[in-house]
Design a protein around this ligand. Structure first.
Ligand code: URA
Length: 212
């Protein structure tokens, strides 16, 4: 339990163990990517826990039954480029029928404000549960800008999934989008002067793709 009512911390032992390995500065790009994919499956399990079900009549080898299936339209997954793709890949393995959108936002290193350079999202967002993915919720500026954009495009039922969150980012999300539930593997301590999460894991995109 934290002071943030919009926040769920997925503190499953497997998630926490994998996250510790990801945080180590000696962990290779290869391992980092594999662990992120594995964690994303576990986070997706939690974020989809309350999806609505309906039943369909099916025939098993033994008899007929009313069996549960997901109700409504397929989910929409929105990846904030480029680091969001690391979470997206794993979630798509679990929810292969999801629709997928991409938002290109980079953080101006001086102002730390998000600058949009790309947007391509499904056009019926109003009818879908939308899961926005970005591994690092730091200042919250990109997350808030992404959700502003998705709401302007009709999205109503949105949640945000990240690997690490800073208190500053969660607070900013709560202030700007109190209706958006945030899921994370860890609420870290703070942001440093450059907007990096502490203790964090460094630049998620660089660690995922082996860039610097
Ligand atoms: N983005 C990152 O990749 N890492 C941080 O610590 C903060 C933002």
């Amino acid at each position: 339990m934290t002071q943030f009512p919009n926040l769920t911390i997925v503190d499953h032992p497997l998630v926490q163990h994998k996250l510790t390995i990801m945080r180590k500065h000696t962990t290779s790009t290869n391992s980092f990517r594999r662990l992120l994919r594995e964690i994303s499956l576990l986070l997706a399990y939690e974020v989809t826990r309350d999806l609505e079900l309906t039943t369909v009549r099916i025939q098993t080898p033994q008899c007929e039954m009313d069996a549960p299936v997901l109700e409504g339209k397929k989910l929409a997954l929105i990846s904030i480029l480029r680091a969001g793709n690391g979470l997206l890949d794993g979630i798509l393995e679990l929810i292969p029928a999801a629709r997928v959108g991409f938002l290109g936002l980079y953080r101006d290193p001086d102002t730390l404000q998000p600058v949009q350079y790309y947007a391509k999202v499904p056009n019926d967002l109003d009818a879908r549960m939308v899961i926005v993915v970005d591994p690092m919720l730091a200042t919250g500026n990109s997350a808030v800008a992404a959700i502003d954009l998705l709401k302007a495009g009709g999205a109503r039922n949105i949640c945000f999934l990240c690997l690490l969150a800073a208190p500053e980012g969660v607070a900013r999300m709560q202030e700007s989008h109190p209706d958006v539930a945030v899921y994370t593997a860890s609420l870290d301590e703070k942001l440093d002067d450059h907007g990096y999460i502490v203790p964090g894991l460094g630049d998620a995109g660089d660690r995922m793709f082996g860039t610097k």
